[in-house]
Write a protein that binds this ligand. Structure first.
Ligand code: NAD
Length: 497
């Protein structure tokens, strides 16, 4: 019998009463590996109520005790790192190396959550007026929720609930319906680490369940990561219900290749950054901008890309896995066809790719287009597959203008041996994460991370260092302490007036 994915409500892993179930498939075979309930309204209500009750108790727990929960959780996650990676591989198709990286990135955020006390320090100014001091307290919001995408089933939920909970909130997580199993294991380990009943709830479903969370008055803040249209919808709907919303959205990340760059470094980094993880990374490089004579490297790039092959997660020779679903594969191949029809030159076409022994998998080989212009669909849309489009310009200024005119602003990089070019690029580019001779510049959680422009909706750049700010309110106290003479030592007073 197929595994039925439970809900995690009020500290209990329970079977849903829903009549509406979705299939979770293995992307390498399309075999059904689990069935997932779309939670009923009554179940969602119970999860939110339980989270609210838990918050009242949890916010009074000493901050160092909350930090210790995160230390225990970090320890358990490390202990179960490989097991989590295998589970994650089965539902996403990611190779073992990629899956381990996904889990590890999440563990690093839990380490940041263990540091919660220093991140919740307020500020103090003495004598804002005679006799009066001002200081601020950082306090949790209450019940927060998170809605996560399929492509990082460990890292992205761990971006959210450990920081929110360490700050004294409770949390309702709605993981991607395509990859719920890793999230459930994360919840089990959190419970094992000693998380009090109700501080974390996990519910399942799609739009209907998300709408319920977005409209619920008890939920104070919504963290979302996913595609642009859904991010815009979540931001608009959540804020229309007066909630704090951070919505991380899609991307079109450009790498600028200067002719003075190290060619071998460019080629190998460009291949890994564009087709690694089947291009299903929000920080994947999906557009390469060749400046001047650097365009002469495109044939060699095609040859390097052709050496890379997808395969099943436990095949050590696989460079990356399948696309997440048949629907995703159909969407990407339709875009490849459109690219050809619109006149781009397909230097390498992966749309007929097969993997021996796995005829039903969602495979797509590395695909490379040159001669791409900014009006083409393959440039304008996020492809989210192992497809790289190449554009050509004459100068660095033109490259910067082209990228700044693109609606997205998640990540970018430049490869150059020239310090002045790198400095100009980092200064003028309107993108949130910038790599200099580094292809995928994802910062560690003690820095902030978010896209600019169309890659982020919200007013707090709230992953990493700033995350605590998203999940808390600042209360500023202005206090007059004394009216009278103040003792400042034996037989000494000062007169304040
Ligand atoms: P998605 O937008 O389809 O789904 C994300 C979540 O939203 C899921 O939990 C899903 O159930 C829910 N959802 C889907 N449609 C909805 C609707 N109409 N109303 C309410 N909720 C809805 O995204 P995905 O395909 O799972 O993930 C891939 C996308 O995520 C890509 O666009 C990628 O760039 C983006 N992403 C961005 C970042 C970032 O940091 N900016 C990180 C990872 C992924």
């Amino acid at each position: 019998m197929t595994q039925l994915v439970p809900l995690f409500i009020d500290g209990v892993f329970c079977q849903s009463e829903s009549n509406d179930w979705l299939e979770v498939t293995n992307p390498a075979t399309n075999a059904v590996i689990a069935e997932l309930p779309c939670a009923t309204d009554e179940e969602l209500e119970r999860a939110i109520e339980s989270a609210e009750q838990a918050h009242y108790l949890w916010k009074e727990v000493a901050v160092s005790e909350r930090a210790r929960l995160m230390l225990r959780y970090q320890h358990l996650l490390k202990e179960h790192h490989d097991e989590l990676a295998v589970l994650l591989s089965k539902e996403t198709g990611k190779t073992t190396v990629d899956a381990k990286g996904d889990v590890w990135r999440g563990i690093e955020v839990v380490e940041q959550a263990a540091n919660i006390a220093s991140n919740m320090m307020g500020e103090t100014v003495e004598n804002v007026a005679t006799d009066i001091d001002s200081y601020s307290l950082i306090q949790p919001l209450g019940v927060c929720c998170g809605i996560t995408p399929f492509n990082f089933p460990a890292m992205i939920p761990l971006w959210m609930f450990p920081i929110a909970i360490a700050a004294g909130n409770s949390f309702v997580l709605k993981p991607s319906e395509q990859v719920p199993l890793t999230a459930m294991r994360l919840a089990e380990l959190f419970e094992q680490a000693g998380a009090p009943k109700g501080v974390l709830q996990v519910v399942h479903g799609g739009k209907q369940q998300v709408d319920y969370l977005l409209a619920h008055p008890t939920i104070k803040a919504v963290s979302f990561v996913g595609s642009v249209p859904v991010a815009q919808y979540i931001y608009q709907t959540g804020t229309s219900h007066n909630k704090r919303v951070q919505a991380f959205a899609g991307a079109k990340n450009h790498m600028v290749v200067m002719p003075d760059a190290n060619k071998q470094q460019v080629l190998s980094n460009l291949v890994g950054a564009s087709v690694g993880a089947a291009g299903q990374r929000c920080m994947a490089i999906s557009a390469a901008v060749f400046v001047g004579s650097a365009k002469e490297w495109i044939p060699e790039l095609a040859a390097e890309m052709a050496k890379v092959h997808p395969g099943v997660w436990n095949d050590d020779n696989a460079d990356y896995g399948p696309l997440i679903s048949q629907h995703a594969k159909a969407r990407v191949t339709a875009l490849i066809d459109e690219g050809k029809a619109q006149g781009a030159k397909c230097e390498l076409d992966g749309s007929q790719c097969k993997v021996e022994g796995f005829p039903d998998g969602n495979w797509l080989g590395p695909t490379l287009f040159s001669g791409v212009t900014t009006d083409m669909a393959i440039y304008q849309q996020e492809i989210f597959g192992p497809v790289l489009v190449c554009l050509e310009v004459d100068t660095l200024e033109q490259a910067i203008t082209l990228i700044n005119n693109n609606p997205y602003g998640n990540g970018t990089s430049i490869f150059t041996a020239n310090g002045a070019a790198a400095r100009k690029y980092q200064h003028e580019i309107l993108v949130g994460q910038v790599g200099i001779n580094v292809p995928i510049p994802v910062p560690l959680p003690f820095f902030s991370f978010t896209g600019w422009r169309g890659s982020f909706y919200g007013d707090l750049h709230a992953y990493g260092k700033q995350a605590v700010r998203f999940y808390t309110e600042t209360k500023t106290i202005t206090a007059r302490w004394f009216d009278d003479d103040i003792p400042i030592g034996p037989n000494m007073t000062i007169q304040l007036k």
